[in-house]
Design a protein around this ligand. Structure first.
Ligand code: RNT
Ligand code: ZN
Length: 417
């Protein structure tokens, strides 16, 4: 019965969209082949398996909802379950601190591919591709400065770490026959005023140049910009201007995290500037509330505009989509599904935009018509298309995923005490 209704609603929606020149089947097909990189760190509040300590280094989770994943088996179990509730085939994004280190302590400058062989094998079984991140936070040598540290020994420790991470990413890419994307984000900055702004940035650029000198064909590196970190409010070495300049001159992928800008800033507008000068974008889709709070992604204006700008720039093939939030105050699996589905909704909305007509209006200076169609497009039966996309892919439609997650909570998460 419900299935029939969803199909019927889709047929109507399809006709409505066709009338304004939009092919809903094509939009669905495109959405199906648009992977989202699921950030492993939502399962366990960014703790990882290295030292089982709370997060430090400019970022923070809040909340203590029960059910956090405590080991690699639980992270895998959670991700495998998450997959069953999502249409499309998604990737998994790991941090270095999620390696399998056995009973040994493996410091960051000692990490090797073998510590991720289990992940590589598991991902293959799951038909998931991996992405990767070096990890310079939550470590005694993190302090306020890592790759930009004036102390040569500390700086070299982090350079070595990041070089090793790139080689691990390369091995992942080789194994999956598709480049593994490795993000570099360092928290480097200063709580209070500094009079050496340029000096730290010079060091950071030198460290990055040394790290990136090694050619690794099966991975791609990206660099994440940031506004500020907690406890590092006055200065960020890897600011937007630094990262934009660095990525543009080195032809490197820029990581755009939607939480990393001033709260009133129009983040989506950056797409059509950055893509003129950097080869690709890595997106960390997140939701800032008053600060870079990493709330669960929802279908808000900011996220909708972001994907509209990417589709308008014809750049879905130059933008890699990943999530980056960590909410420890609600069911963590629920947080994945809400955020991933919201992201998919925003991509779909963008794909359903009547772009040729809007552009024709603009060329003809028919500005009333352009604004009218932009407004009308908002209330077209988009939900019917999204429902059908989920039905077609045999995953829960609409709010049906709520009981599935409640069940998982009862059977699995509630037992983690
Ligand atoms: C921090 C950055 C970074 C991290 C993850 C854990 O502000 O957004 O991407 O969230 O690497
Ligand atoms: Zn991020």
């Amino acid at each position: 019965m419900k299935e029939e209704l969803i199909k019927k609603a889709y047929e109507v929606a399809k006709e409505r969209y066709a009338a304004i020149g939009v092919d809903t089947d094509a939009a669905i097909a495109q959405l199906e082949k648009t992977p989202i990189s699921l950030h492993c760190w939502q399962t366990d509040d960014v703790i990882g398996f290295e030292r089982n300590e709370a997060l430090s280094g400019g970022i923070m989770t809040t909340g203590n909802y029960p059910g956090r994943a405590r080991n690699v088996e639980e992270v895998r179990k959670d991700i495998a379950f998450v997959k069953t509730l999502l249409a499309g085939n998604h990737r998994l994004n790991l941090h270095e601190t999620y390696g399998e280190f056995g009973n040994k302590f493996v410091d960051r400058d000692q990490v090797e591919v073998k510590h991720f062989q289990g992940w590589i094998d598991w991902a293959k079984e799951q038909n998931m591709k991996l992405d990767f991140n070096s990890t310079s936070f939550s470590h005694p040598k993190s302090g306020n400065l890592s790759l930009a540290n004036p102390n040569k020994e500390i700086r070299e420790f982090w350079i070595e770490h990041t070089k090793r991470c790139r080689r691990i990413a390369d091995a992942m890419g080789k194994a999956q026959n598709d480049p593994c994307i490795m993000n570099i984000w360092v928290h480097d900055g200063s709580k209070d005023l500094t009079v050496k702004r340029m000096y730290y940035r010079e060091l950071f650029a030198q460290s990055l140049d040394e790290i990136l000198a090694e050619q690794l064909p099966d991975m791609k590196t990206c660099l994440e910009a940031k506004l500020f970190g907690i406890g590092l409010e006055s200065y960020t070495v890897g600011s937007h201007d630094f990262v934009a300049g660095y990525c543009a001159t080195r032809k490197l992928m820029y990581t755009l995290d939607t939480g990393h800008y001033e709260q009133t800033e129009n983040v989506s507008d950056m797409v059509a500037s950055l893509l003129l000068f950097v080869p690709e974008l890595m997106l960390h889709v997140s939701r800032p509330v008053r600060w870079d709070s990493d709330h669960v992604t929802i279908m808000d204006d900011q996220t909708q505009n972001l994907f509209k700008e990417i589709v308008r720039a014809n750049a879905l093939n130059r933008a890699h989509i990943g999530l980056d939030y960590f909410d420890a105050s609600i069911n963590r699996i629920g947080a994945y599904i809400i955020g991933t589905r919201a992201t998919q909704k925003c991509v779909l909305q963008a794909l359903l935009e009547p772009l040729p007509t809007l552009r024709k209006y603009e060329e003809n200076e028919q500005n009333f018509e352009r604004l009218a169609l932009l407004e009308e497009a908002k209330s077209l039966p988009f939900g019917a298309v999204f429902d059908y996309f989920n039905l077609k892919n045999n995953v829960p439609v609409g709010e049906e995923f709520i009981p599935a997650i409640q069940q998982y909570e009862k059977e699995e998460l509630s037992k983690r005490v």
